[in-house]
Every structure is written in structure tokens, then in C-alpha cells.
Design a protein. Structure first.
Length: 445
């Protein structure tokens, strides 16, 4: 999921229930208290969390497994003769899903009932995108359908879940977010193997139709449980003041610059490890394994680095993530010519680079500490959009780098495989993602 963390999300529920001064959204008048489902426990709360976990796995796990499609499309006769743009399919999906928060959160604030009503449109839109993709005749068709339309449906069903979990879990908020977001890793671990098996047996058209059908069958019963705990006020009498001072903070924008740069290279290994493995003569199942290992390592890292953000300044955690990711790219991927080192790279890079997203929680904590009235929805939307910009741009950039076949036949090991430009670009962007730590050391923040 690319893309989340549980820290400092207490104010999100106010986007759905405008509150009176001095009141918290979860605090209802005594005569209504017993009419509300229990927070933090009880059947309804756990059913919501279980549904959120599965939705997370299905919505985000599919685009995070795109490396399997990348390898397949690159060798399919329909697309291999004009393979330019294949990577853009996957980065379009993740990019739109990240960037949509910048639009959806303000919309939910202005129209409180929108989140609960619009979620029903997400699933059919996702399925329609995949069904349409099964009839694609060129890469541009796939970018529009498997990329853009799927992503629009995914963000419509996902973002209300992100809002409502804040209502259902108050004391156990961190645990709840951690469980739900583990769905991305679970999906990223299992889905690549499922897709690879389907692609090898049935081809991409039938695979996309099967997956669209599976989405409908698996997700439809769950949408009902993705509902708010606190009734939305039909006649809100006031809105609380929200602070926008963070928009003038140089430290905030410096951290966002680092996030954009890091995101330019972050998605490249998950997209190209299967094709890189194929270029070394390894089987398609090996490429699937590498994507799964990368995603699985990211699950562990997200939790651990999120905990570190509670104890240390966010720039310290950024340093840890960027140094580990940079070293893994240059020393492990760059030197890889066989499977053992590739497996080590997938795990190490998946851990350090995958944990970078948890630094967003540190940014939220830092900004919230400076201004308790901060508009959390806008803040999270900007952070998500920054990652989305990097994701979208990484598609055409990586295509151009791969097409140039930098150092092919001139350098040794992985650098001379034709993927040398991609490897160096990924390593450089991972390192420059730590610009926030440099700014802290120079006294800019």
C-alpha cells in the first residue's frame, strides 16, 4: 500500500462528524452512548477490522504484484514488439491511488455522507477496469483500464475504510491500523503466486477476468461492514478551526522533497526484478518469488520503523531507511548475477526501502506537535500525493533508462546486464531520499 502508518490519525473522524468546541468525535452524549457499537472490542469492531484487512489485501496487493504482469507482458506477442510503457501500467495504478487522497479527504469534509455512500461504487469500477483490460490490444489500453480505472475504483473503496477505522478503535488504534495495513503485505505475498499460476495456464485475458470475478465475490460481502461507528450529523452546527500553518514550514516541504525523490526509485525493483531474473536465465516462478519476498519484508519493516518513529526524530529513521536501501541496491542488486544474491537483495531492500513509508507517521507526529489544530486530512492528502507523484513519474523514467541499456556489455555483474541505469537510478534516489536528515544536521529544521 504503499503506502501507510497508524500514528497521529486521531483527527480523521472529524471529517465525518464536525464537532463542537471541546468535544471529541468519539464522545457522545450520555443518552446516546448505549446506542453506539462498542469501540475497541465487540463483534462490530472486529468485523470491521477483518473486512478492512481483506479489502486492503485485495485493493493494494494487486498493483503491488504488477511485476508479475510486467514480465508476462514483456514477452507476450501482442505487447513485446512495442513494449514501451508497460511499467507505466503499474505506476499509474499506485500513483493515482496515492494522489487521490488529496482530493477525497477535503471532499469528505465538505460532504460528510459522501464517504459512506461512494464506497459502493469502488468495487464495480475496479472490476470493470480489469474486465476492460482483458480486451486490450495495446499497452495504452492497459494503462487506461488496468492502471487508471482500477485505481479510481480502488481509492473510492479504500479511503472511507481509512477514515472509519479511526472511529472503531480508540485505545487500540495502533494495533488496528497495524492489522489492517498488514493486508497489503499479505496480499503482496500471496497474490503474485496466484497471478503467475493463472497467467501461465490461462493467459492474461482470462486471468484478468478471473481476478475481476474474484474481487466481486470476495469483496461484496465485506463492504457492508466498512461503515462508520458514529452516525454522521445531518445538520452540523459548527466546524472546528483547522490549522494550515504547516504549509509555510520549510522543514515540512524539505521532507516532502525527500519523499518524492525516494518514490521515484522505490517501485522500480518490484516492477523489474522478474524481468531482471528472466534476463539471467531464471524461471518466471523465481521472479514471482522475488516480488513476494520484497513485499513480505516490507510488512515487518513498516511495523518496526513505525515504532522507531515513536522514539526518535523522523529524520533519524529516514537515515536508517535510506542508508540500508542505498547499500542494498549498489552492493546487492548491482553485483547480482545469480539467484542467491537476488534473494538477499529482495529481502534487504524490501525491509529498508519498504520501511520508508513509516516515516510519514513521523512527519504527521512532528507537524501535529507543532500545531495541534492542523488539518490532518489535508496533511495526509499532501503526503500521499507526494508519494503518488514519484510513483507516476517512475514509470516513464524507468522505461527510458531501460531502453538505453546503459553499460550493457561494458560493465560487469548486474551493472552490465542492461539494467545498470535502473540500478544506479534506484540507488541514487534512495540516497537522496534522506535529504531531510541532511537538512536537520544543517539546522534547516
Amino acid at each position: 500500500m504503499e503506502a501507510h502508518n497508524a500514528i497521529v490519525l486521531n483527527d480523521l473522524s472529524r471529517y465525518l462528524v464536525p464537532d463542537q468546541p471541546g468535544e471529541r468525535p468519539e464522545e457522545e452524549p450520555s443518552h446516546q452512548e448505549f446506542s453506539l457499537p462498542r469501540a475497541d472490542s465487540g463483534k462490530d469492531a472486529w468485523l470491521f477490522l477483518a473486512a478492512g484487512f481483506v479489502i486492503e489485501a485485495l485493493v493494494w496487493g494487486f498493483p503491488f504484484s504488477f511485476g508479475v504482469f510486467q514480465e508476462y507482458y514483456s514477452h507476450h506477442e501482442l505487447f513485446s514488439s512495442n513494449s514501451s510503457g508497460i511499467a507505466i501500467i503499474g505506476t499509474t495504478a499506485t500513483g493515482i491511488m496515492y494522489m487521490s487522497g488529496l482530493i477525497l479527504f477535503p471532499a469528505y469534509k465538505k460532504f460528510p455522507h459522501l464517504a459512506n455512500n461512494i464506497k459502493w461504487a469502488g468495487l464495480p469500477l475496479m472490476a470493470a477496469g480489469l474486465f476492460a483490460a482483458s480486451f486490450a490490444q495495446n499497452v495504452s489500453h492497459l494503462v487506461l483500464t488496468q492502471g487508471a480505472i482500477y485505481a479510481l475504483g480502488g481509492c473510492i473503496i479504500y479511503y472511507p475504510t481509512l477514515l472509519y477505522i479511526d472511529e472503531w478503535f480508540v485505545q487500540r488504534k495502533g494495533l488496528a491500523f497495524g492489522i489492517m495495513w498488514a493486508g497489503t503485505g499479505a496480499g503482496g505475498l500471496i497474490i503474485p503466486f496466484v497471478l503467475n499460476g493463472l497467467l501461465q495456464r490461462w493467459g492474461f485475458r482470462t486471468t484478468l477476468r478471473i481476478w475481476a470475478t474474484a474481487l466481486i465475490l470476495l469483496s461484496s460481502p465485506l463492504i457492508y461492514f466498512l461503515r462508520p461507528r458514529i452516525p454522521v450529523s445531518r445538520n452540523p452546527t459548527s466546524q472546528r478551526y483547522v490549522g494550515l500553518g504547516f504549509l509555510k514550514s520549510p522543514s515540512f516541504w524539505l521532507l516532502q522533497l525527500g519523499l518524492v525523490i525516494e518514490s521515484l526509485g522505490y517501485f522500480i525493483p518490484s516492477l523489474y526484478l522478474p524481468t531482471f531474473a528472466s534476463s539471467l536465465g531464471l524461471s518466471r516462478s523465481v521472479g514471482t518469488l522475488l516480488v513476494a519476498l520484497l513485499n513480505a519484508a516490507g510488512v515487518v519493516a513498516t511495523v518496526l520503523m513505525g515504532m522507531l518513529c515513536d522514539r526518535f526524530h523522523v529524520t533519524t529513521v529516514i537515515l536508517l531507511s535510506t542508508v540500508g536501501a542505498t547499500i542494498s541496491v549498489f552492493l546487492l542488486w548491482g553485483l547480482s548475477t545469480a539467484l542467491p544474491l537476488l534473494i538477499v537483495f529482495a529481502i534487504v531492500y524490501g525491509f529498508f526501502a519498504g520501511g520508508f513509508v513509516s516515516t510519514n507517521a513521523g512527519v504527521l507526529k512532528m507537524v501535529k506537535g507543532e500545531d495541534p489544530t492542523v488539518d490532518m486530512g489535508l496533511l495526509i492528502g499532501i503526503i500521499s500525493a507526494a508519494r503518488g507523484v514519484g510513483a507516476v513519474a517512475s514509470g516513464p523514467l524507468s522505461e527510458a533508462l531501460l531502453k538505453g541499456e546503459t553499460w550493457k556489455g561494458e560493465a560487469g555483474l548486474g551493472y552490465g546486464s542492461g539494467y545498470g541505469g535502473l540500478i544506479v537510478f534506484t540507488g541514487v534516489t534512495a540516497g537522496l531520499g534522506g535529504v531531510g536528515f541532511l537538512g536537520k544536521r544543517l539546522g534547516w529544521m
